[in-house]
Design a protein around this ligand. Structure first.
Ligand code: G3P
Ligand code: CA
Length: 225
């Protein structure tokens, strides 16, 4: 059962910060999940929302600031917004990284960065899963480099996700956990996919989802899994 720390260990540190990812490593997570957007000058920025309003003392769209400008803002705890490269270097192969594309604009850069770490820094493709609710973006990732493991995110339609996962030979399906039951988990696994539901935080839900024998759970509390 893979323990995947949602936005880092979001329950314990500000989400999507280096501190949250370090906490996830300290809790022996098997993987971390994070969200990416692009800055105005083309850097891959790790942040959930399209704007910096919720997480920092600034206001405005992530893609309206350069990296240098984004680094001037901070969270209430004084943490900066990290780049994807900074997260890769912190994690340094200690667990796998589930990169959720929030903006399709970031996909080409994400593929290039993964390819750079695989070809020059001895990382394996297995250290990554690229996921998105934007399936066109996933198709483009697959077309750019078919070796990059893909996770098909769905909040509503498991059958459609399963069909799409087969089309692009995805590694995993990432369903909203309320869609799951014993039978559909088994069906996805029999077709060769890992089942990695999100975002399961309540003890009772964790126990129920575990009883379906999913392959892993994305949670703000990786230690509860
Ligand atoms: O990757 C699963 C989950 O993170 C999707 O929802 O809003 O937390 O990015 P959200
Ligand atoms: Ca996410």
């Amino acid at each position: 059962m893979l323990k995947i720390a949602h936005r880092g260990a979001k329950a314990y540190e500000p989400e999507n910060t280096l501190q949250a990812f370090q906490k996830a490593l300290d809790l022996n997570s098997d993987g971390i999940e994070l969200d990416v957007h692009l800055s105005a000058d083309g850097h891959i920025i790790v942040i959930h929302d399209e704007t910096i309003d919720k997480m920092t003392n600034g206001k405005g769209a992530v893609n309206s600031f350069s990296l240098k400008e984004l680094k001037c803002f901070s969270t209430a705890e004084g943490h900066q917004i990290p780049t994807l490269k900074e997260v890769f270097d912190l994690v340094n192969k200690k667990c796998f990284i589930n990169i959720e594309l929030k903006s399709a604009a970031a996909l080409t850069k994400v593929v290039s960065l993964i390819d750079e770490y695989v070809s020059e820094k001895n990382w394996k493709y297995e250290h990554f899963i690229v996921s998105s609710f934007d399936w066109n973006a996933l198709l483009e990732v697959h077309n750019l480099d078919s070796k990059i493991p893909i996770g098909v995110l769905t909040e509503t339609d498991l059958n459609l996700a399963l069909a799409f996962a087969e089309t692009i030979k995805a590694k995993a399906i990432h369903p909203y956990y309320h869609l799951l039951n014993q039978e559909n988990v088994q069906e996805m696994q029999q077709k060769g996919f890992l089942v990695l539901p999100w975002t399961v935080n309540i003890e009772e839900d964790i126990q129920k989802i575990k009883s379906y024998n999913v392959n892993g759970i994305i949670s703000d509390f990786p230690d509860k899994i």
